[in-house]
Design a protein around this ligand. Sequence first.
Ligand code: PFF
Length: 455
Amino acid sequence: MSQASKERQRDAFTSGFGVLAATLGSAVGLGNIWKFPYITGANGGASFLLVYLLATLLVGLPVMIAEIAIGRRAKANPISALQSLAPRGQPWWIIGAAGMLASFLIMSFYSEVVAWVFAYVLEALRGTTLSSDRKVTEAAFSSLTGDPWRSLLWQWAVLATMGGILLMGVARGIEALTKKLMPLLFLLLVLLCGFSLTLDGAAEGLAFLFYPDFSKLTGAAVLTALGLAFFKLSIGMGTMMTYGSYFRDDQNIPAIAFRVMAADLCVSLLAGVAIFPAVFTFGFEPAAGPALVFITVPAVFSQIPIGQVLMVTFFVLTAIAATGAMLSLMEVPVLILRERFSLSRPKAVMLTLAVLAASGSVCALSGSLLADAKLFGLNMFDLFDFVSSNIILPVGGILIALFVGWVWGFERLWQSVSNNGQLANAGLARLVFFLLRYVSPLLVLIVMLKGLNIF
Ligand code: PFF
């Protein structure tokens, strides 16, 4: 096939704003609204937040820029991209293969959390969970996760929705959705924060989130913060490489990466400020785990006059944000199946969904039938999360940094991120390169060895 017809066959993001919206759509999701508050709560608050910020700036942002640059230069799925850019015989494509595994592990538990969000839209409509009584909101959540059929059926509803949207194609499906609704979610979070700050526990909540107590910081917490930085920016597994392959050649990669990182951080912080004051006001546990958002958010809305309407809106918008992230996760195996195994787009989507229905059910049932199935003390839901976020993504991140820092080299990175010299800021590019070549791999390696108790 000629290069030109290959280009024509590939989807591409149509407008500059579409690129930003879709990349942001991948980054912003349940990681901000669900994961960030719950693991910040479980790891002591402000000191964890600080480490997470450092990890995002020193490792996350450079790796994100590297991934998009690689993807756009190679215009292919992560496996083929690394094969074509690496010297013959060097197996860097393994990053893409590991990414596909990470993608399935993450989708397995992520789709279940999206399932809870879908279920909560209905709960919000019925109004039964709308209460500041901890017993009521906790019971509502555990009756959902403890019911195998409800957990499974909602997950299937999520998978069917994702399948429907993906079959419409990258540009139309993803862009249209994220473009219109992200700003609304942002506004609602601002409103929620404003309200939370009037609660009695506001000072305590803010102190928890912003006043660091370093005695709470363990090696495992530092690794979790690093894992969160990767998970949040959708990096370390080829997702941003995949999206990079849809970028146009005139788009400014570092500027987009920076904006996505900054907006993503804002959304997480807003979610934190909305939730922690309520945690302390209504007597919840900051370390309540994956249930945290689902039990505290209804308590906040129960105190607001039109709380029920806002709660429905909140979960609908969260579902939409989660959908953008979920679609980007699916895009990794879908593109690999299409380009490496010559499957049509519909076939690749159906195969991905079929595998996911099986692997996802293991996570869906880990609150009920499989509650006692544990490995290393973790149930399957937590294990899939731990292995993907705290092991595969950081290792993928080290490898991507090493690839760019030592194999691809500064000149090629510079050509790619500067659009062949048109965008000039060589100083900044050198800094990114330095971080990729030395700082990120070393930092990640040390944090992993410490966090996994290897030394
Ligand atoms: N960044 C997404 C979130 O924070 O919700 C989750 C995610 C999407 C992780 C895509 C990894 C990925 F490849």
